[in-house]
Write a protein of this length. Structure first.
Length: 185
């Protein structure tokens, strides 16, 4: 079981809680006021968004490494609304992923390497064990949830049309009522 087998939301939420405990991972003072890119109109509203973004970046580095700030800017970019003009793609902020990568490197989760012509950050053994730990936990809880949902699904009728008369009957009655009004008017 690896990081790819677990839903990203579950893994990121679990890793974010763990990163919040880490001494080196602290949100800077300016993070409360900074937008995550030019395409955004407001800064994030969640209080712990820094740790969620850190966990998401750690997962991305694990899956796509070696990766740098430029690729992360593209990943976290989006469409800029320009009023009446057409939308354009804009890259995300560079300072946020750069600072997060520096903090992750200081905490020992990523390291800077050069593989051939590619250079960037890759995960260390510490990060790999953290992601695998929560990857296994998330996998077991998600399969239990699917099994429970499967038991509930077996109690439901086989087809949704067996439950109700369906929208066709309701529309036919409405059209019958509407046609005499049109004829008499």
């Amino acid at each position: 079981m690896t990081v790819t087998n677990v839903p990203a939301e579950q893994l990121i939420a679990s890793v974010a809680k763990e990163l919040k405990k880490e001494e080196a991972m602290k949100a800077p003072e300016w993070a409360a006021y900074a937008k995550t890119g030019v395409h955004k109109e407001r800064p994030p509203q969640e209080e712990d968004w820094w740790y969620v973004r850190s966990a998401a970046i750690l997962r991305t580095v694990n899956l796509r490494g070696p990766i740098g700030v430029a690729k992360l800017r593209t990943k976290y970019g989006g469409r800029k609304r320009r009023g009446h003009k057409t939308e354009h793609f804009m890259k995300g902020s560079g300072n946020i992923p750069r600072t997060i990568l520096q903090q992750l490197e200081k905490a020992g989760y990523v390291q800077h390497v050069k593989k051939g012509v590619h250079h960037g950050r890759v995960t260390t053994g510490k990060a790999q064990s953290l992601l695998n730990k929560y990857g296994h936990d998330g996998r077991s809880s998600s399969t239990e949830g699917k099994k429970a949902a499967g038991n509930d699904a077996s109690a439901k009728p086989a087809s949704p049309r067996a439950e109700s008369s369906g929208p066709a009957d309701g529309n036919a009655g409405a059209s019958d009522k509407a046609s005499p009004d049109k004829g008499s008017a």
